[in-house]
Design a protein around this ligand. Sequence first.
Ligand SMILES: *Cc1c(COP(=O)(O)O)cnc(C)c1O
Length: 576
Amino acid sequence: MAPFSPADRLVADHFPGVRGENAAGIHAALAGVLDHWFEWRRALFPQDAADDADAPREGHQVLNEQLDRLCRALSAETPICTPRYIAHMKSDISTPALLGWIAAMLHNPNNTSRDASRVGSVLEAEAIGMLAAMLGYDPQTAQGHFTSGGTVANMEAVWRARYRMDHWLSLALWLAEQTGRPLDVFADAHMGWSRYRSLREVHQPTEEALRLCSAAAGDPVAIWRRLDRASADGWRGPVLLAPATAHYSWRKAASVFGLGENALWSVALDADGRMDMGAFDSLIARARDEGRPVLLTVGVAGATETGQIDSLHAWRQRLDRLDREDGVHVWSHVDAAYGGFFPIAKGVFDTRTTAALDALGQADSVTIDPHKLGYTPYACGAFLARDAASCAVSSFDAPYLARPELGEAKWASTLEGSRSAAGAAAVWLTGRTLGFDAAGLGEVLAETIRARRQFQARMVDLVPEARFLEPADTNIACFSIAATGERLSSANRRTRALFEVISRAPGFSVSKTEFGPAGAAVIDSHVKRWRGVADAPTMAVVRCVFTNPYWSDADTRSALFEEFAALVKDSLLADA
Ligand SMILES: *Cc1c(COP(=O)(O)O)cnc(C)c1O
């Protein structure tokens, strides 16, 4: 037995255990949750008549039989509790998340309104405060809410960015039509609130006049025609800038908001698989040249395929410079659906990654998915904005009211309607127990990164043809199979074949990902690692995601890493 580490202790205390080692404690806690629920119901309105006590009835027997059938059917579900599952960003859920989720779910609050969720809405605000502090926002001023996941949270960002830009463009259109002076689409679409306020102050347009210039509040096609006529260079519509690693929800968002998928401009990757800052600068310059407003720019913290963290500090510097020197205010959103919990993992990151994570809290808005590295059940994502202004402008009813605080109306300004409080309660209880800090969840996550590193080192020792993508910023390892000098096309064939073999074998679940032309720099530097020839436009890698908390155990690591390496070796021999 290897010695117990701090992460082992945390995992033992806060997770069910690979084989349900903590079953007794969870049984007792769950029974307590049910007791509370039943006692609460019994105590409500004692003057009202109660039904007969629970007596065996025919209905119960059918229920018990079918429930048993359901449970047996579910035993064929993908086993994600075991560390052998390294395919995707999911693993066992934590004990506090499970209990918090169930405790709230029994009451079934609907966080769409405070009436339907007296306690749930308070839990939500407190849980959002915990996430805000972790992300580097000021929890006193940050705003946000839970969503069904990262996809919807990303759309929340586009929705708000669109309303902000719509305010600025509406005023610019009104002014241009009043004065006959042409509108400058790029400059006016990014004018910023202080210029907006001073222009309103000077020219005093009425609410109604502005509303009649709004594409969001009115008829967009008619407004676009007017924008086209009023501007010197015509109206060509806004674009979204996101690195090539961005999740496909950004493509969906472009489509849902009526921009068309071509409006999503993909920023090429550098050799390390992160947003290339030179390419970002070029696209900003191109947008300016073409007179296309940048509705929103996305930085990624924890890319879905590779776990890479963009250099958010360098991105921030550029955005601040645009703001300061050119008066160009571009909405910055960090998609930290996966990586939003990493700021609390201390002592495992190099200085670049630390600086990138430190810049997270300067973004206008952030997406984070507790149902990934927060170890809560689905569906639990969250959208956070730096302050009320960035959140409140989305109000559909009165887009032109100057209102720093929407107060109660905040609950009506979510894309989704009915929303469960269960995810909020899961996050709340996790924060109160495991803790969103370096000594709690941060330590568990740091250990997943150490496990990924150890896996990689062991594989390199045992399987010389395993070529890992480097640097890997977090807990995802990607590797190709290639002999020294091998052509990429041949390496791709062998890598894909290995993925098929592992998928058919019972031992492990992994996934596979492919790099395309936007990742040309990654492909180039990777192929150089084995002095190969890049004779294919795409590159396949096997992807191993170390989110499972039980990898903290040293004995698990040594046994399973050897077994995995042996599986890969045997498969390569068979393929030779
Ligand atoms: C998972 C993920 C999403 C989408 O989140 P869902 O919860 O699946 O909707 C968006 N962005 C990134 C970076 C992700 O990893």
